[in-house]
Design a protein around this ligand. Structure first.
Ligand code: F6R
Length: 614
């Protein structure tokens, strides 16, 4: 939702903080601000709009140089995005500065109480209340960390808070509940951030913070306690990617870079999964095989693109592992009465591991005693900690708001899980599992091949930049791919786009077809003859009604040629694995069309990379 950076050490804090914010801008970009503590005084600067506005303001009027600072990129929840509501927020005396990610649910009560107590609040935000609460706690001296612990005890909702105080020189204090915060451990300097990308340039050593913890950051060291001040156990880890992975590397947009990185990301996610015994091993899975054998139902929860990966997982799990599988939008899951038991396995898929809807679904499943498995791309995030087991995707940092490489690696992860359960339950022989993993291992080369042939797709996208609507059709695993193609186009090009199961066409959506309407159709491999023939009939139906057909089919599929206004060929692969190659042209299509319309594909309007509120 918002991006947070805190620093204390020996370098100019402003540079460290602003560079860190640049790497976190994907988390929020409607305003940005910084605070620097120099010569016992706090200096703040904040601007509405993207980070560049703040940079320009700082260049015009540089704050005094200091070696302790913090910064924030905002994605508005309370109060419109303007200079006034941008963070940091300060108290009445200008001696406490606070930045915040999340939502403080009882802020209206707190605000009323503060106003009654004589505080003047200058913004519409929930965050500012915290600055004034800290001010009250610090009256007459006192320790900023103690004050933060007491204030956290009064807050309801989800928050990451970072604060500094002129009376506590050399100290930055952070706190977290249900919202991300990691510590970067340097040599004579330390960092706080929503995501390691903010400090990866300086250190790859990090500390994972747990829920309801307060961290005291000094140049010499880091202390972590719970909200009651008791020392807390922390987990240190080493980040296995470096700064180049978080930079654009010559591409105009992160999204282009991330699309291009997909062969590598798929390969990395597959790395080391087959043991010397030829069997599939998922080391981080942590759910004993015996417990997996007892599982009688799987429920997958996820949001957005990750939900589409879940829809594809259902086909693989039911086919290979022979277990019933439901897929549910995480935001809906806990508001119905899902039937769960200790033999239900709930799989939560989340690139960021911080999506609040997914986390709340996991907590609901935990209360019902289900087993929990996370699929996640971010080491040190909340989801893996809240699950019994985890399978990490190794996509590397995904910076562009629209998910691309994370999606492909999520598919790899769900295929591996389906095959692993099949192996454990004995629904597939060892050699069958091994053969399928070998096919998966050939997928990076297939994805590479798709990427090499994308120029006609880009041309097509540019030619359609003036259209108002595009429909997407698919069957079987092609149906979630159609949903994903439509989602990418909506979020990037701000166009009306819808995905349908092709078989549903005649039950309503066919009425939308009119002369020249672009319709993208994902065709299953010819080997699935019944499915394949049905979709060829669907293409004929829509074409007869004037649609302009854009057909994605495996190479050599001549049967679709007569009905395709544009034919996009992808390498022939097994049906269940086909989404790995059919999704890529749809990502490229949406990215190019949006760029042709002049949109910033890395930061689409109204969206944030990590949605840490419900
Ligand atoms: C779309 C997109 C979103 C995310 C969704 C879940 O391109 O990126 O729909 O997939 O917000 O995010 P994670 O996977 O981080 O839980």
């Amino acid at each position: 939702m918002c991006g947070i950076v805190g620093y204390v050490g020996g370098r100019p804090a402003l540079d460290v903080v602003v560079d860190g914010l640049a790497r976190l801008e994907y988390r929020g970009y409607d305003s940005a601000g910084v605070a620097v503590l120099a010569d016992g005084k706090l200096a703040t600067a904040k601007r509405a709009g993207k980070l560049v506005n703040l940079r320009n303001a700082l260049a015009e009027e540089p704050p005094p140089a200091g070696t302790l600072g913090m910064g924030h990129t905002r994605w508005a929840t309370h109060g419109p995005p303007n200079d006034r509501n941008a963070h940091p927020h300060v108290d009445c005396t200008g001696s406490v500065a606070v930045i915040h990610n999340g939502i403080i649910e009882n802020f209206a009560e707190l605000r009323a109480e503060l106003e009654e107590g004589g505080h003047g609040l200058g913004s519409d935000t929930d965050t500012e209340a915290v600055a004034h609460l800290l001010e009250d706690e610090l009256k007459g001296g006192g320790d900023l960390a103690d004050a933060m612990r007491r204030v956290c005890g009064r807050l309801e909702g989800a928050f990451t808070l970072v604060a500094t105080h002129t009376g506590s020189p050399g100290l930055v204090v952070g706190a977290r509940r249900n919202s991300p915060l990691v510590v970067g451990v340097g040599d004579g300097e330390n960092f706080l951030a929503s995501d390691v990308a903010a400090f990866i340039e300086h250190t790859r050593d990090a500390i994972e913070l747990g829920q309801d913890q307060v961290v005291e950051l000094r140049a010499e060291g880091v202390t972590v306690t719970d909200f009651d001040g008791r020392p807390a156990e922390v987990k240190e880890y080493h980040v296995d990617w470096d700064v180049s992975a978080a930079e654009k590397g010559g591409y105009d947009y992160f999204m282009l870079k991330e699309i291009a990185e997909q062969p590598r990301a798929v390969a990395d996610t597959l790395l080391g999964r087959i043991g010397a015994d030829g069997r599939l091993h998922l080391d981080e899975m942590r759910i004993p095989d015996q417990e997996l054998r007892e599982v009688d139902k799987i429920i997958i929860v996820a949001c957005g693109t990750s939900y589409h990966a879940g829809l594809i997982a259902k086909y693989a799990i039911e086919h290979w592992a022979g277990l019933p599988c439901e897929v549910e939008l995480a935001s809906e899951f806990r508001y119905r009465d899902p039937i769960l038991s200790p033999t239900t396995l709930v799989i939560a898929i989340s690139q960021s591991g911080e999506t609040m809807d997914a986390l709340m679904a996991v907590r609901h499943a935990r209360e019902q005693k289900a087993k929990l498995l996370g699929i996640c791309n971010v080491n040190g995030s909340t989801l893996p900690r809240e699950c019994d087991g985890v399978l990490y995707t190794h996509a590397g940092p995904e910076i562009a708001v629209a998910s691309t490489k994370a999606f492909l690696t999520q598919l790899v992860a769900v295929y591996l899980i389906a095959l692993y359960i099949a192996q454990v339950r004995g629904t597939k022989w060892g050699d069958e599992v091994f053969a399928m993993v070998q096919l998966l291992e050939r997928m990076p080369e297939k994805v590479e091949k798709v990427l090499e042939t994308m120029e006609p797709v880009r041309e097509l996208a540019r030619s359609l930049a003036g259209e108002r609507c595009v429909l997407f059709l698919g069957r079987h695993v092609g149906f979630p791919v159609a949903l994903e193609g439509a989602l990418k186009l909506k979020e990037l090009a701000y166009m009306h786009a819808e995905g349908f199961a092709a078989g549903e066409l005649k039950h309503g959506p066919i009425a939308l077809i009119e002369e020249d309407l672009p319709v993208v159709v994902v065709v299953p491999p010819r080997a699935r003859d019944v499915l394949h023939d049905k979709i060829v009939s669907n293409i004929q139906e829509i074409r007869a009604r004037g649609a302009r057909t854009i057909v994605i089919a495996e190479e050599g599929d001549e049967s679709v040629e007569p009905y395709a206004d544009t034919l996009i060929s992808v390498p022939a692969v097994p049906t269940l694995l086909q989404p790995l190659v059919t999704t890529v042209p749809l990502q490229v299509f949406a990215c190019e069309l949006a760029t042709a319309k002049g949109h910033d594909v890395d930061q689409p309007r109204n969206l944030a990379k990590s949605v840490t509120v419900e």
